[in-house]
Ligand binder design. Structure first.
Ligand SMILES: Cc1ncc(COP(=O)(O)O)c(C=O)c1O
Length: 402
C-alpha cells in the first residue's frame, strides 16, 4: 500500500518540471565529464544591473527593513510602478491597480488560477513558456493550443486563434506572451489590436506576459494595456527579471482592474504573505533610475542576435527566422534531423551537447508539438562565444553528416 506521503493530488500532478532546467543538469553532467560546454540554454541576461540597485538591498537590510509588509508590495513601489507603466504606455494606471509579486511567475500562477474556472478553456500558444498550460490544468481548466507558424514569424495570429476556438463554448481567455519565449517573436500593433478585438467579441480575458517588453530590436513593443478598455479584458504581467537582469531577486508585478488586484491579495496572503521586503527597495531604485542605461545592452544584444543568425545560416540543414525580440531564436532543424537520421528533437539536442559541447534546448521543452523540429537559442553570450558555439555545431554536423 502506498504511504500517505506518496499519494499526491491529481491537480498537483498537472504541474510539470521545466525542460530548460533538465538541460542545465545535463550541461553540468557534460562539464563533469570534462567537456568545455558553451551554453545557449539559460534564459537570463548576462549583464549586471546598475550598482545602486544592488546597494539599495544592502541599505534596506542595514536599516532593518526585514519585517512583513503589505501583501501587495511597498505602497511607494506600487505607486512608482503605476507611474512608470503609465508613462511607458501612455495609460492611466492607479497604484491600487498594481500588485508586486514574487517574480512574474507567481503573478502568472495567481492570475491564471484566479480567472480559470474548472472546465474553462484557455488559449495557450504552442510553443510557449511551460508554466501557462501547467497552471491552466492545475486550475481545472483545459488548455487550447494554438500553433505558432514559422511562416508568420511565430506571431500569434487572430485567425489561428479564431479557427481553433470556433466550435468551443467554454473559452474564457488567452494567455499571450510578446516578445515571446521561446521564439523571440514580437506581435505588431495590428496583431495586438486584432487579438483584443477577438477578446471583446468573444468576451475573453487576455493575460499578457510582457516580461521581455524592453527587448525589441526592430519596431516598438505594443502593450495590451494600450487598449482604452484594458481594465475589462487585460491582466498585464511584467517584472524586474529581464530588463534589470534581477532574476534572483524574484520580483514581478501585475497591472489589472482593482477587483483582480484585491483577489490576488487574498491569493498572495495565503501563499507567501508578501514579496521579500528589502528587495523591493532595489526595485524602487531601479525604477527611479529608469532604463536609459539599458540602451547600450540592447544594442549589444541586437549585434549578438545578428551574429547568431549569421552563424546558424552556415549550418547545413538549419533555417532560422531573424526574430525581433527577447533574446531567443528558434531555428528549424527538421532537415538536419533527416540528414543525421536523428529520431527526435530531444535526441538531437543531447547529441549536440555531448558530442559538440553546446547546449541548445529542444523546442519540445516548450510544450507541446509546436516546438518539434526546432531548437531554442538564448544568445546571452559574448559574440566570440556565440560564433565559437555555432562553429562547433557546424563542424560536428559536417563530421557526422558525411
Ligand atoms: C515568458 C516568461 N515569463 C515569465 C518568466 C519568469 O519571470 P520571473 O523570473 O520574473 O518569474 C520567464 C522567465 O524565463 C519567461 O520567459
Amino acid at each position: 500500500m502506498l504511504k500517505p506521503t506518496q499519494v499526491f493530488s491529481p491537480l498537483a500532478e498537472q504541474l510539470e518540471p521545466e525542460g530548460a532546467f533538465v538541460y542545465l543538469d545535463l550541461a553540468a553532467e557534460a562539464r563533469r565529464k570534462g567537456i568545455d560546454v558553451i551554453s545557449f540554454g539559460i534564459g537570463q541576461p548576462d549583464f549586471l544591473p546598475p550598482r545602486e540597485v544592488v546597494d539599495a538591498v544592502k541599505e534596506a537590510l542595514d536599516r532593518g527593513f526585514i519585517r512583513y509588509i503589505s501583501t501587495l508590495g511597498l505602497p511607494e513601489l506600487r505607486e512608482r510602478i503605476a507611474s512608470y507603466v503609465s508613462e511607458k504606455y501612455g495609460v492611466d494606471v492607479k497604484p491600487t491597480e498594481v500588485a508586486v509579486t514574487v517574480g512574474a511567475k507567481a503573478a502568472l500562477y495567481m492570475a491564471i488560477s484566479l480567472l480559470t474556472r474548472p472546465g474553462d478553456e484557455v488559449v495557450v500558444q504552442d510553443p510557449a513558456f511551460p508554466t501557462y498550460e501547467c497552471v491552466v490544468r492545475h486550475a481545472g481548466g483545459r488548455p487550447v493550443f494554438v500553433k505558432l507558424r514559422e511562416e508568420n514569424e511565430f506571431r500569434l495570429a487572430r485567425e489561428d486563434v479564431e479557427r481553433e476556438i470556433k466550435d468551443l463554448h467554454r473559452v474564457r481567455g488567452i494567455v499571450v506572451n510578446s516578445p515571446h519565449n521561446p521564439t523571440g517573436a514580437v506581435l505588431s500593433e495590428s496583431d495586438v489590436e486584432e487579438l483584443i478585438e477577438l477578446a471583446k467579441r468573444r468576451n475573453l480575458f487576455i493575460i499578457s506576459d510582457e516580461i521581455y517588453e524592453d527587448y525589441v530590436y526592430e519596431g516598438r513593443h505594443r502593450s495590451f494595456l494600450q487598449d482604452p478598455e484594458w481594465r475589462d479584458y487585460v491582466v498585464y504581467v511584467s517584472g524586474f527579471s529581464k530588463t534589470w537582469a534581477l532574476t534572483g531577486l524574484r520580483l514581478g508585478y501585475v497591472v489589472a482592474r482593482e477587483e483582480v488586484i484585491r483577489a490576488l491579495d487574498v491569493f498572495a496572503t495565503n501563499m507567501y504573505s508578501c514579496p521579500p521586503a528589502p528587495l523591493q527597495y532595489a526595485a524602487l531604485k531601479a525604477l527611479e533610475l529608469g532604463t536609459s542605461w539599458f540602451k547600450s545592452y540592447l544594442e549589444e544584444y541586437r549585434r549578438r542576435r545578428d551574429a547568431a543568425v549569421e552563424e546558424l545560416g552556415r549550418i547545413p540543414g538549419v533555417r532560422v527566422v531573424r526574430s525581433r525580440g527577447a533574446f531567443y531564436l528558434f531555428p528549424n532543424v527538421r532537415e538536419l534531423m533527416g540528414r543525421l537520421r536523428v529520431g527526435s528533437t530531444d535526441e538531437l539536442a543531447r547529441r549536440i551537447l555531448f558530442e559538440a559541447g553546446v547546449v541548445l534546448l529542444p523546442g519540445t521543452a516548450f510544450p507541446l508539438r509546436g516546438g518539434d523540429g526546432y531548437l531554442r537559442v538564448s544568445y546571452v553570450l559574448p559574440i566570440e562565444r556565440i560564433r565559437e558555439g555555432f562553429r562547433r555545431v557546424r563542424e560536428w554536423v559536417e563530421k557526422v553528416g558525411g
